[in-house]
Ligand binder design. Structure first.
Ligand SMILES: *Cc1c(COP(=O)(O)O)cnc(C)c1O
Length: 347
């Protein structure tokens, strides 16, 4: 009991020392004059640099309170990188060994951060190979497989308890449209969309949840068909879009999905980087494509209101990939035409 109580107390004390993330107003005259306001919740300012800081805290607390973690347990996770960075931080806080199982395409910056926090990186050939490898490593080490793709939706307390949705709504209190018309979030585990979807229903808000889904992900097809056995190649936008239907993605909590081309995500990442004066990651670009589609639709219909989304992580993590012109051209394609088209929507 002693170790467990101490571990939970450590996480709670770390939380007590932490600040909430900012909600950034994104002034876009082309929409504002039609009564449409856009906002981004800046999740890049967590100590480990992404929205996965919240998830990692929730997963550790959930595992501890379920009796799944003990003194000396090796923690193993399958990840596209961001969750592993955040879990490595919490594993170090508790003095537990940590192994991240990730596709070999994972950005060098994320690998460096996991190593910095004392974690070990175990790289596999493809995104769909991470699950079995992580499970096997947990068995071999007598450790615990965190399994974010199963547990994200249930580890986070959705009624309140400082979840991301509650924070967004309280930060909107003094805006001209305090209850958002739309909240736009990409899905990796699906945990964020589930938390927000449940919260808006529970609070009886008129807000709807839109998930923009990158090409190659199965979430969009699953949303339309309900077939949980679907598989696909997986996405080229780090952090979102999956090669299989993850248990944590709850279809009934999503009001709308939008398919997003990779060149559009990268184009939107660059446009947002210009608008904010600092680099954002590619999944934030995908979010921005979704926001712009909804804002254009509202403008066309003469609807007024606010649209919220997330700045999921900083572009500094992707200097060698999405922000490198040669890499981007080879892996994603030329996003010049997409940039021109999206910039046109802003005016
Ligand atoms: C995980 C992640 C998302 C999606 O969040 P989920 O709650 O897992 O659906 C979006 N962007 C980045 C960078 C992420 O790491």
């Amino acid at each position: 009991m002693n170790w467990l109580h101490h571990a939970i107390a450590q996480i709670e004390a770390d939380y007590q020392r932490s600040a909430d993330t900012h909600l950034i107003a994104l002034p876009l005259p082309g929409f504002a004059r039609h009564g449409i306001d856009l906002y981004l919740k800046d999740e890049s300012t967590h100590p480990t640099g992404s929205l996965k800081h919240r998830l990692a805290r929730s997963l550790f607390l959930y595992s501890l309170c379920n009796g799944w973690l003990h003194e000396g347990s090796t923690v193993v996770e399958s990840s596209s990188g961001s969750t592993a960075v955040s879990e490595a931080y919490f594993a170090r806080l508790l003095g537990l060994p940590f192994i991240a199982v990730m596709p070999k395409s994972t950005s060098a910056e994320k690998i460096a951060q996991i190593t910095f926090y004392g974690g070990r990186c175990h790289l596999v050939d493809s995104a769909s190979a991470v699950y079995d490898e992580a499970r096997a490593l947990a068995t071999q080490t007598g450790g615990h497989y965190m399994d974010q793709f199963t547990y994200a939706e249930r580890a986070t307390d959705w009624r309140s308890n400082n979840n991301i949705a509650q924070s967004m709504f309280s930060q909107m209190a003094r805006e001209r449209f305090p209850v958002p018309r739309w909240i736009v979030v990409g899905a990796g585990t699906g945990g964020t969309s589930a938390t927000i979807g449940r919260y808006v229903r529970y609070q009886r808000h008129a807000t709807q949840v839109c998930v923009p889904d990158p090409v190659g992900s199965v979430f969009g097809a699953y949303y339309r068909s309900g077939d949980a056995s679907l598989t696909g190649p997986g996405s080229r936008i780090e952090g979102i879009g999956r090669p299989r239907v993850e248990a944590s993605f709850i279809r009934t909590l999503v009001d709308r999905m939008i398919d997003v081309a990779d060149v559009d995500s990268v184009a939107a990442m660059h446009i947002l980087t210009d608008l904010l004066g600092r680099k954002v990651g590619p999944s934030t670009g995908t979010n921005f494509v979704g926001m712009l589609a909804l804002a254009c639709e509202m403008r066309h219909k003469g609807e007024r209101g606010s649209i919220l989304s997330l700045l999921c992580d900083s572009g500094e993590r992707y200097l060698g990939s999405y922000f490198d012109p040669v890499w981007a051209l080879n892996h994603i394609g030329d996003s010049g035409a997409a940039q021109a088209r999206l910039r046109e929507q802003l005016t």
